[in-house]
Write a protein that binds this ligand. Structure first.
Ligand code: AMP
Ligand code: MG
Length: 332
């Protein structure tokens, strides 16, 4: 009888453990629309819920959106000066220092150009050269005077943090989730993917790189086990067509035109989501040759380039994660 009871108790305990295990490995999942794109989140563990993530993203969008009249950024653009603190000050600091590091391909003052092409309003148009020349005179970080809290913009200069804000939001959510003690999570905010920890079932994270010809399909896969930010900038993500010409949303701040650097997309892999987002935009503008040179002089990111000729090239550190396609390796 005693033996039967012990066996029964052990079986009950095992069942309880398995059930507990099942509960902790079933992720919470949610999809929502924010920052003008579809977002999804999947998280494991008890410490946080998916609504913590959407609330954090909505909070940041309310500060950083260039199109919402009430945002801190729109008010700065309208008034030409503002006192910044917290997230707005931190993101502007990071955007300006990235721009300085890169030397102009990433420029948070492109907003007058972005507006002229009609991307925020979705009333697309092709501005003529005279208009572009006049707007280009207001573009450049020399027109931004920021001491860490007070910011003043020269007349006509306006800021757009759209090239880096989703990465900042993903990074903020990752930090929030870690603080709350989640076991693991994957955030997908438009072209920005960020993982936290390792999947509880021991399987790897698998993130697709969109096929520019059909973004609902993956052209390649990145497989890895830990925390990472993977951000893709691509011509296919936002564009319009006029008279048979495609005009996309990533602009070359030197010409005011959609960057024609011979790339269809760039995926950046880095520890930090904000950096990965800013760099993916910048590398797209730079193109393969200049981007490769920049990567050789850096040690905080890896990249996968898709060229207009249909070639896939991965930097040495990205190549071990890449599969499902033919590719060449860019060596140091
Ligand atoms: P992403 O999708 O992260 O590459 O960011 C593209 C968005 O960043 C555009 O929709 C614009 O709002 C903004 N943007 C476009 N060109 C640039 C640029 N050269 N530097 C910084 N931001 C840009
Ligand atoms: Mg970006």
């Amino acid at each position: 009888m005693k033996r039967f009871f012990t066996v029964f108790l052990t079986a009950a305990l095992l069942t309880a453990l398995l059930l507990t295990g099942c509960t902790s490995t079933a992720p919470q999942e949610a999809e929502f629309f924010a920052m003008d794109t579809l977002m999804s989140v999947k998280l494991w563990g008890e410490g946080a819920s998916t609504s913590d993530v959407s609330a954090e993203i909505n909070r940041l969008e309310a500060l950083l959106s260039a199109t919402r009249e009430t945002s801190v950024l729109s008010q700065l653009n309208a008034a030409g000066s503002a006192e910044l603190s917290g997230d707005t000050a931190s993101l502007l600091t990071q955007a300006l220092s990235l721009s300085e590091r890169i030397g102009g391909a990433f420029d948070p003052t492109v907003y007058p150009l972005v507006e002229a092409w009609g991307f925020p309003s979705k009333e697309y148009r092709v501005p003529d050269q005279t208009e572009l020349d006049s707007l280009l005179s207001c573009v450049g970080t020399a027109h931004v005077h920021f001491d860490g809290s007070t910011v003043t913009l020269d007349a006509g200069t306006r800021l757009d943090l759209g090239g880096i804000a989703k990465g900042y939001a993903a990074q903020s959510c990752a930090e929030l989730l870690k603080e709350k003690g989640v076991e693991a999570a994957i955030l997908s905010l438009g072209g920005n993917v960020q993982t936290i920890g390792s999947k509880p079932d021991g399987s790897a994270w698998v993130v697709g790189i969109a096929d520019p010809a059909d973004p609902s399909q993956a052209i390649a896969r990145l497989t890895f086990e830990d925390s990472m930010a993977l951000v893709t900038s691509g011509a296919y993500q936002r564009y319009f067509e006029e008279n048979g010409v495609i005009y996309h949303h990533i602009l070359d701040p030197q010409t005011g035109l959609p960057a024609g650097s011979g790339l269809l997309s760039v995926t950046v892999l880095a520890e930090d989501g904000t950096l990965a987002d800013g760099l993916s935009t910048a590398l797209f503008v730079m193109g393969l040759e200049e981007g490769t040179r920049f990567w050789r002089n850096s040690n905080d990111f890896e990249a996968v380039f898709l060229t207009s000729e249909g070639k896939i090239l991965a930097t040495e550190g990205a190549a071990p994660f890449l599969s499902g396609c033919e590719y060449s390796v860019i060596e140091r």
